[in-house]
Design a protein around this ligand. Structure first.
Ligand SMILES: NC(=O)c1ccc[n+]([C@@H]2O[C@H](COP(=O)([O-])OP(=O)(O)OC[C@H]3O[C@@H](n4cnc5c(N)ncnc54)[C@H](O)[C@@H]3O)[C@@H](O)[C@H]2O)c1
Length: 328
């Protein structure tokens, strides 16, 4: 496989890059380092089958050139994280809509197959336990920046579906639920690296809202092999597929587990969403996937537990010489 990974210097993209290189594939990464980093690529930077191209998915000509050199595209580049969406809403919309359209157009022109990284955010406030791919979207006003990420990912899905059904593109949409593990940064609002950094530096763990919100966290090492399996699975083209864990935890419960596993004496404090993220933020009370479709198609079954995940993030942030970063 000759693969292009957009956003390959990011958290999930860099793990996918390593995984593909280990499996013997050639990988080109396109990334503008908006939230990714060269450090994420340092383990494979000198690999003979690897090439890094600095640049943006908004550069139509560059995306077209790179697409002409590969047979498979993993489109992971996106503006991600509630702080990023809050602070740069317009740029985030442009990246997440026009960037995806550039990738789809180029893939179609050069007959490359594509995986589009979408998000459980498309389900919005739907609190059903076990969200299935054909469940309804329940979203708030498009005038709240909070929903713009969900809207953009939904537009990406509609664009992808139309490219498949009308133009014959070979493309699969993957709806990632909370994906976590080493290299994810807490700088842009992600809860696990933020709690771990707070616990390790003796700062209070800051819960936004009541802490009763339910989430399921899946280790990136369980997700990455499924991305490769799905892009190679013809039966997946034209559909959306959930990928995530079903192990539920409340955010308050998560904070307690982080304190126990880090042996930290940090306090836990609650902030309102307004104090923590800013005005206009609405949280989701529960987000639990049903991954039957992924299980039936590719045998998807996450192996790592929440404690495995927390231990791997704690080990990464406890490395000698590293100071955990909580926020910018
Ligand atoms: N981590 C999760 O829990 C999660 C959940 C749902 C969906 N996703 C999706 O998975 C993908 C990867 O997310 P991640 O968690 O690794 O986040 P990340 O921020 O680490 O990765 C995104 C990457 O895209 C790059 N990027 C941003 N704008 C770009 C542009 N214009 N051109 C080129 N590169 C650009 C960033 O520099 C970064 O390396 C995203 O599409 C995201 O929406 C992630």
């Amino acid at each position: 496989m000759h693969a292009l990974i957009t956003g390959g210097a990011g958290f999930i993209g860099s793990h996918l890059t390593e995984y593909l290189l280990t499996a013997g594939h050639e990988v080109v990464v396109l990334d503008n380092l908006a939230t990714g980093s060269m450090e994420n690529l340092s383990p494979i930077y000198d690999h003979s089958h690897f090439r890094y191209v600095p640049g943006s998915v908004l550069d139509e000509a560059l995306v077209d050139t790179l697409a002409s050199q590969v047979d498979t595209i993993f489109h992971l580049a996106a503006a991600v994280g509630s702080f990023v969406i809050r602070d740069r809403t317009l740029q985030s919309l442009r990246t997440n809509i026009h960037g995806t359209e550039n990738v789809l157009t180029a893939a179609h022109r050069h007959h490359a197959r594509v995986l589009i990284a979408s998000s459980s955010e498309v389900y919005g406030k739907n609190t059903k336990i076990g969200l299935r791919e054909d469940d309804d979207r329940v979203v708030g006003s498009p005038l709240l920046h909070r929903w713009s990420y969900s809207e953009a990912k939904a537009v990406d899905e509609s664009l992808t579906h139309a490219y498949v059904t009308e133009l014959g593109l070979q493309a699969v949409i993957v709806r990632l639920f909370n994906t976590v593990g080493p290299r994810q940064t807490g700088r842009y609002g992600m809860v696990i690296p933020r709690f771990v950094a707070q616990a390790l530096t003796g700062q209070p763990l800051t819960i936004f809202g009541t802490g009763a919100q339910i989430r399921c966290f899946c280790h990136v090492h369980d997700v990455v092999p499924a991305l490769l399996a799905l892009v190679e699975h013809q039966g997946a083209y034209g559909t959306a597929i959930n990928l995530g864990s079903c192990e539920q935890v409340s955010i308050a419960g998560l904070a307690l587990r982080v304190l126990a596993l880090t042996h930290s004496a940090s306090d836990i404090i609650h902030l309102s969403y307004e104090e923590g993220i800013g005005p206009g933020y609405e949280d989701l009370q529960r987000r639990v996937p049903d991954c039957t479709r992924a299980r039936e198609m590719i045998g998807f079954r996450p192996l790592r537990t929440l404690d495995d995940i927390l231990r791997s993030v704690i080990a990464e942030q406890s490395r000698p010489g590293l100071t955990p970063t909580v926020m910018p």
